[in-house]
Design a protein around this ligand. Structure first.
Ligand SMILES: CC(C)(COP(=O)(O)OP(=O)(O)OC[C@H]1O[C@@H](n2cnc3c(N)ncnc32)[C@H](O)[C@@H]1OP(=O)(O)O)[C@@H](O)C(=O)NCCC(=O)NCCS
Length: 70
């Protein structure tokens, strides 16, 4: 993920990136926070899952200047 972010920012010129992990995916959210992403808010009933229910996601954003490179 760190390699991808470096490429998107340094090579492709993106200044702002977002991710939308499942709100219950604490491991992924922790990893994104370590890279510099900050939580924006909960996207309610965002994904339709196999059992027919909906699940929430967490919208997270990263500005290029916030990217934790190491
Ligand atoms: C998300 C994922 C890619 C992270 O894998 P990884 O880069 O190998 O991450 P690591 O296992 O090295 O590190 C996980 C970190 O989360 C932490 N962690 C593990 N379980 C956790 C939990 N339940 N709650 C909070 N943090 C947790 C670990 O302590 C570790 O943090 P640390 O480095 O500060 O000690 C991996 O869990 C995965 O493939 N998950 C399934 C697919 C997925 O969920 N993808 C993301 C979709 S948005």
């Amino acid at each position: 993920m760190r390699t991808l972010l470096a490429w998107l920012i340094d090579v492709r010129g993106h200044h702002r990136l977002t991710v939308d992990p499942a709100a219950t995916n604490a491991r992924a959210i922790h990893v994104y926070e370590k890279l510099g992403f900050r939580p924006v808010g909960v996207l309610r009933e965002y994904e339709h899952v196999a059992d027919g229910s909906w699940r929430d996601a967490l919208l997270m954003e990263l500005l290029a200047a916030d990217f934790v490179r190491t």
